[in-house]
Design a protein around this ligand. Structure first.
Ligand SMILES: Nc1ncnc2c1ncn2[C@@H]1O[C@H](COP(=O)(O)OP(=O)(O)OP(=O)(O)O)[C@@H](O)[C@H]1O
Ligand SMILES: [Mg+2]
Length: 356
């Protein structure tokens, strides 16, 4: 008989299992002390016969992740271990993962894909600035928050903490094969360009409906990352500038990729005809209902204004929220007219007074 499902972890009351990934299960739970919902990730325990003491390494990693405070990163609240299994309490995101959205709705519009890319690049720019790599950027780790429509990157550093061997060769372990960079597939040392490659895979998936390299065996996928070009995406509405950014993110040699998230963000700002001032919602209820989103960002902004939707601002973005400015020339004409009326009034008053 399987052991009974746990009812609580630490002070958190487990309510329902949300889902399961390679590293463990995620539960919706309640924090009775702070009276809020949380998500608890219970990492898989050591294999039978395995005697691992990763506590110090886990703690160091959890401390680093807990320092990440960014509007596009899932907040880590708490961490602990029970019966040799490590758990993390994190912000509960109300919504679905990007992976589920793409499965449900099919390929996304270029505009929506670019907005997701921007938000994820801001999250990566911030984390890389703190010397933290994600190591497992993939569509199921990007959560779309329904109330705000924002994309949040979750499971930071979990790949390292979980230490799950998802490929069979020793030394080639961390990450998920479909999203792993060529150097990650080969067990080489990673830097921020590996996360950029994985984000490139996610963007390819957004545009085509599936990641570029698929196969039954993880090693076959890894081989394709190292040796094969991504199949062309069969669509006619993809801006060439955007495809150039995607190609560069997916370059086999890390030297040929963007050197940083910031550099890729700058390149994306050249795609399309506008420089974005702030994050735009990538999810709204209409999108969830109506299948593929064909609206342009400007249309979405108008809808959001009508709904009075509050937008989170990126602390790293240079410019503030949009303002409705009065054109300078209109202001000048207005002031001149007022001055003219005033002068005429004074002239008439002087004339009347001096002749009475
Ligand atoms: N903080 C969270 N808030 C709400 N739902 C979450 C949260 N974190 C994960 N989930 C959901 O829980 C489910 C399982 O997530 P999990 O991270 O375990 O799976 P995964 O990302 O597919 O695999 P991996 O273990 O490699 O990360 C997913 O459907 C995900 O959307
Ligand atoms: Mg995950």
């Amino acid at each position: 008989m399987p052991p009974p499902a746990p009812t609580h972890i630490g002070r958190y009351l487990l309510e329902a299992e949300i889902g399961r990934g390679g590293a463990g299960a995620v539960w919706r739970a309640r924090d009775p002390l702070l009276q809020r919902e949380v998500a608890i990730k219970l990492l898989s325990g050591p294999m039978p016969g395995e005697d691992r003491d990763d506590t110090q390494r886990f703690l160091a990693e959890a401390r680093a992740i807990a320092r990440l405070v960014h509007q596009n990163i899932v907040v880590l609240y708490d961490y602990g271990a029970v019966d040799g299994r490590h758990w993390l309490a994190m912000q509960h995101v109300q919504g679905c993962s990007l992976s589920k959205l793409v499965t449900k709705e099919g390929p996304l519009t270029p505009a929506r894909t670019v907005e997701i890319a921007r938000q994820m690049l801001r999250a990566l720019r911030y984390a890389h600035g703190q010397h933290l790599l994600h190591r497992d950027v993939k569509s199921s780790n990007i959560l779309l928050d329904e109330p705000t429509g924002m994309a949040l990157l979750g499971d930071f550093g979990i790949a390292l903490m979980a230490d799950t061997e998802r490929l069979t060769t020793e030394g080639v372990a961390l990450g998920t094969p479909e999203y792993m960079s060529p150097e990650q597939c080969q067990g080489m040392e990673l830097d921020e360009r590996s996360d950029i490659y994985s984000l490139g895979v996610v963007l390819y998936e957004c545009l085509s409906g599936k990641p570029p390299f698929l196969a039954e065996a993880p090693l076959a996928i890894a081989y394709k990352h190292v040796h094969e070009s991504p199949p062309p995406i069969q669509r006619t509405d993809l801006p060439p500038a955007m495809m150039a950014v995607l190609r560069k993110a997916l370059a086999k040699r890390k030297e040929d990729r963007f050197p940083s998230a910031e550099a890729m963000l700058e390149a994306l700002d050249q795609v399309g005809d506008r420089k974005p001032s702030s994050s735009q919602p990538v999810l709204n209820n209409d999108n969830l209902r109506s299948g593929r989103d064909r609206r342009l960002p400007a249309d979405r902004r108008a809808i959001d204004r009508r709904r009075g939707m509050r937008r989170g601002e990126d602390p790293a973005s240079e410019s503030g929220p949009e303002k409705t400015a009065i054109p300078r020339w209109l202001l000048a004409v207005g002031i001149s007219l007022v001055a003219l009326v005033l002068a005429t009034f004074l002239l008439v008053a002087w004339f009347v007074l001096s002749h009475s």
